[in-house]
Design a protein around this ligand. Structure first.
Ligand code: ADP
Ligand code: MG
Ligand code: MG
Length: 925
């Protein structure tokens, strides 16, 4: 056997390397290098995902080529100081010695060279973002030794040309195109189509050519010293952490920029030794549907990335059974071992060297949102994980994705091709054929579909900008598919009947139809179908399920719906946070209820003053001294009717009604329009008494900062009778519902309170009104009265405010504005992008609660409020109530409920369940 491992690899878990290395006894802080036998999967921070899992597989007794991992700590030192840590060189030498002993040959040894790969591997997988160099150690001196050992001249030259190509591009920074062109030229000269048709002599010539390219481009010769090759490659991996494309990927995926990458030095195994060798990738289940089966691609006589690069056509993994039955059976066995061990879907890279199977990588695989739900329930059924763990395997963002609409299968549509359903979703947009155009067009508001023959890491920008990605080559594991799935972006790949011509920016279908740049196409990432024109969309089955139009119990129910139903049941069972809806009308309330809302956390009353009712509000404002009693009296029955409907649709559940909040000017005509009207009327000598008075009032009420002006409780205190009228409408509506045998549970909420005195005044008046209504209707209403906490002063004096409040509802939108001093509408448009780019915050504080600032006020106010009034009910009604990360925070702070828009309710329920399951898990640990 070509690559016999002399020392038998040990089975089972072993933390001690087989050779006695003095460094093992050194304190761990000084240790920068770990043998594969020393690590394990929990050391991802230190060894990166790839290194940790190579160690895990090694210790499971799987056939992993021996090697060692340089830690992310070493990389951090390098990135900070610009040089490798002093101790690194010696440590690498020790581990290399041990590796050489184990393999029975020295790195680059002339008659029998040990070759290694130098592979990047950060904590989080960043597919294709950083660099790996194979065949390190090969040189002019050892290439014939390699040929003799393998008995294969062609193989040795092929390996050498690959080394110079990868090393030249990645380590020496030579433009990769130059090598590609030389390779193309060699094939053209010989009149062949693919690289395997080049023979030893051709490849030897190519090596000479490649060396010339290196010398010409870099001003130095390709390094012949094996150790120098290795050291330079290690440094190149460190450097690749900070390439533009890696940085962009991290920002997109929210991976911190300071983690650094580990470097894996792994002895080479060769898939390019002829037809009995090859390389492949596999999934233990379908990453698109979750179904168990044989998923992957295999390519004979190939090395490394060949299988995903689309240079030759791969075969489906199932075909390996006919090519090499023994290796296939062993691979299936190993895949099962890995799934049972990791208790999750794994993806795998492997190589077969002359009939011997080697494992080169595994990790818990990326998957689509739908597959995540299905896999989680499948694993529960298999007894591999419990319900609490199942909740950790999915998240709210995935659920939200499953609620996006899909193509209407009944609609008329023109299918023009079909590829592999690589990442689900329904995407419609204008065809573009390069990333630059994708970015440019999407910036000007166009929706685009990026169409490529295949994608590579340079396409990342365009992929981010596009609605969806369509490629004509590559399988489920191609770059486009893997990256799109990671981004949750629709992708159809390998649509081979579509001929993509990126140079002339067009795509031709099998029957000759031409799609030009700018033509609209629709792609379905769930079926792989590609359509010309725009296909209409319909609600997703998951939404149909939440709407109650599809039942999870039905025999023909969608597998996905069944899985979602089960996971939601797990979440509802464990969660402590209740979930309410922000809903202003009966229709929204009814939907919220179908989606699982346990009440309304915020009913705004503003809209009840708009439309035809606006004129009454104008009259209210025009009343100089006392509020216009007549206007109030006209509004009362209208408001009451609104509330009756609402209480009816939420019968038995709490409904928090917020009294009028926004600044008055929102109800008044625009100041310029009104001025023009008055001026015109004057010029025409028409009657304009009313407009003139209105104009004066508008002038009087004009504010520089309306959001900090006369609004909320301030308005209620300044316009007599306004809040009393609203309270009366609520109370009478509740009384009528009671008398109609309903179960109304209204909670009256006062907005924008800054001090307890404001609340006391409103409360006194409200209690009087309620008592009156109870008396006249002969019912006991049990209405509660509470306040929003949305000003810093309210949060800071929460202990006092609780004396007058039955509940607090944190209005985290306004609280974020007032704590940061941000005017949301202004800052988001003007400088938030710059702040996000500079990393001042990773995500807008309006999207995810700012735990340190706004969050700490929430935490302290909750504690102070409860200290005053232990039964104080606590909730949140800002948009953060539907944001996954924020929901976890509110759980941890001990709120009673979150309230969010009806459509986000399932997400909030799921995340509340996940938060509870997670904190239970950590309690018992
Ligand atoms: P990536 O992180 O981009 O997947 P890898 O470090 O896994 O990069 O390596 C790139 C390719 O080279 C993969 O196909 C991998 O399987 C292959 N490879 C890496 N190390 C070896 C090795 N020692 N022997 C053979 N093939 C290798
Ligand atoms: Mg890999
Ligand atoms: Mg507010």
């Amino acid at each position: 056997m070509f690559l016999a491992v002399r020392a038998a690899r040990r089975r089972g878990v072993s933390a001690v390397p087989e050779t006695q290395d003095p460094h093992v006894t050194q304190p761990s802080s000084a240790k920068f290098v770990y043998d594969f036998t020393e690590g394990n999967r929990d050391l991802k921070d230190l060894l990166g995902g790839k290194g940790a899992n190579l160690a895990e597989m090694t210790n499971l007794g799987l056939p992993v080529p021996p090697g060692f991992t340089i830690t992310t700590e070493a990389c951090k030192v390098y990135l900070e100081s610009g040089t490798e840590p002093a101790a690194l060189r010696a440590e690498v030498s020790q581990h290399l010695d041990a590796l050489e002993q184990k393999m029975g040959k020295k790195l680059g040894q002339a008659d029998d060279p040990l070759l290694v790969s130098v592979r990047s591997g950060a904590k989080f997988s960043m597919p294709g973002m950083m660099d790996t160099v194979l065949n390190i150690g090969l040189s002019d001196a050892s290439v014939s030794g390699l040929a003799a050992q393998a008995g294969d001249e062609r193989f040795a030259w092929d390996s050498y040309r690959r080394l110079i190509q990868m090393f030249g591009k990645t380590v020496l920074g030579v433009d990769g195109e130059l090598f590609e062109e030389a390779l193309e030229e060699a094939k053209r000269a010989k009149g062949v189509r693919v690289d395997v048709e080049l023979d030893a002599a051709d490849l030897q010539n190519l090596v000479a050519h490649f060396k010339d390219v290196v010398a010409k481009e870099t001003g130095r010769d390709f390094p012949q010293d094996p150790r120098e090759q290795m050291d330079l490659a290690i440094r190149a991996v460190f450097d690749s952490w900070n390439t533009d494309r890696a940085k962009l990927y991290r920002r997109q995926e929210r991976i911190p920029g300071d983690l650094g990458t580990a470097v894996n030095v792994c002895s080479m195994v060769f898939g390019n030794l002829g037809p009995d060798s090859g390389t492949g990738v596999a999934f233990t289940r379908d990453p698109a549907s979750g179904q168990q089966g044989v998923y992957g691609d295999y390519l004979q006589n190939a090395q490394g990335e060949d299988v995903v690069a689309g240079i030759r056509n791969t075969v489906p993994l199932a075909d390996l059974e006919n090519i090499d039955k023994a290796s296939y059976d062993q691979l299936m066995q190993i895949m099962e071992t890995l799934e049972t061990h990791y208790k999750d879907l794994c993806d795998i890279e492997f190589t077969i060297e002359r009939g011997k199977l080697w494992m080169l990588q595994t990790r818990v695989g990326k998957r689509t949102a739908g597959a995540a739900f299905r896999i989680a329930t499948q694993l529960v059924d298999q007894g591999l994980i419990d319900e609490a763990e199942a909740l950790q395997r999915v998240n709210g963002a995935q659920l939200a994705q499953l609620m996006f609409p899909r193509f209407d299968l009944g609609a008329k549509s023109e299918m023009i091709g079909r590829g592999i359903a690589a990442s689900p979703g329904a995407a419609v947009g204008k065809a573009v054929f390069d990333s630059y155009t994708a970015v440019k067009w999407s910036r000007s508001g166009e929706k685009v579909i990026l169409i490529r023959r295949e994608t590579n890491p340079d396409d990342l920008n365009g992929m981010i900008a596009a609605e969806g990605i369509l490629t004509s080559r590559g399988g489920k594991t191609s770059h486009a598919a893997v990256v799109a799935r990671g981004m949750g972006k629709t992708c159809v790949c390998g649509a081979e009947e579509l001929e993509v011509d990126t140079k002339s920016r067009r795509m031709t279908t099998q029957d000759g139809t031409v799609i030009e740049e700018g033509d609209v196409v629709s792609i379905d990432g769930s079926t792989g179908k590609v359509y010309a024109g725009e296909v209409p969309v319909v609600p997703s089955p998951v939404v149909e399920y939440f709407e109650g139009r599809m039942h999870a119990g039905a025999d023909d129910a969608d597998e996905l719906v069944k899985a979602v139903h089960r996971i939601m049941a797990y979440a509802d069972r464990v969660r402590r946070l209740r979930v309410r809806a922000n809903a202003d009308n009966a229709e929204d309330a009814a939907r919220a209820r179908r989606f699982g809302a346990q009440g309304i956390g915020l009913c705004r009353t503003e809209h009840m003053f708009l439309g035809e009712r606006r004129e009454m509000v104008e009259r209210l404002i025009l009343a100089d001294t006392d509020a216009d009693k007549a206007a109030l009296e006209e509004l009362l029955p209208l408001q009451k009717a609104d509330f009756i409907e609402l209480f009816e649709s939420m019968d038995g559940l709490p409904v928090t009604v917020r009294l009028l909040d926004p600044p008055l000017h929102e109800f008044l005509p625009d100041i310029t329009d009104l001025s023009v009207r008055v001026a015109l009327a004057e010029a025409r000598h028409e009657k304009h008494e009313n407009d003139l008075r209105l104009l004066q009032a508008v002038h009087k009420l004009h504010e520089q900062n309306p959001m900090l002006g006369l609004r909320g409780v301030r308005l209620g205190l300044v316009i007599p009778g306004l809040f009393a009228m609203q309270v009366r409408a609520i109370a009478e509506a509740a009384a009528e519902r009671k008398n109609a045998k309903g179960d109304p549970r209204a909670e009256i909420m006062i907005p924008l309170v800054g001090t307890v005195q404001e609340l006391e005044i409103v409360r006194e008046e409200a209690e009087q009104v309620i008592a009156e209504v109870e008396k006249t209707h002969g019912v006991e209403l049990k209405l509660t009265l509470g306040t929003m906490i949305e000003l810093p002063r309210a949060a800071l004096t929460a202990g006092q405010i609780a004396e007058s409040a039955d509940f607090f509802s944190f209005g985290t939108n306004d609280l974020t504005q007032t704590v940061w001093g941000f005017s949301r509408d202004d800052v988001e448009a003007s400088f938030f992008t710059a702040y996000l780019e500079k990393g001042i915050f990773g995500v807008s504080p309006f999207e995810t609660i700012d735990k340190d600032g706004v969050g700490s006020l929430v935490r302290n106010a909750a504690a102070a409020g409860r200290a005053t009034r232990p039964d104080l009910k606590l909730g949140v009604c800002g948009e953060h109530g539907g944001d996954p990360e924020s929901v976890h925070f509110f759980h941890e702070v001990g709120l009673d409920y979150v309230s969010c828009s009806p459509f986000r309710i399932p997400v909030a329920r799921l995340e509340a369940g996940r938060a509870a399951a997670e904190s239970k898990g950590s309690d018992s640990r």
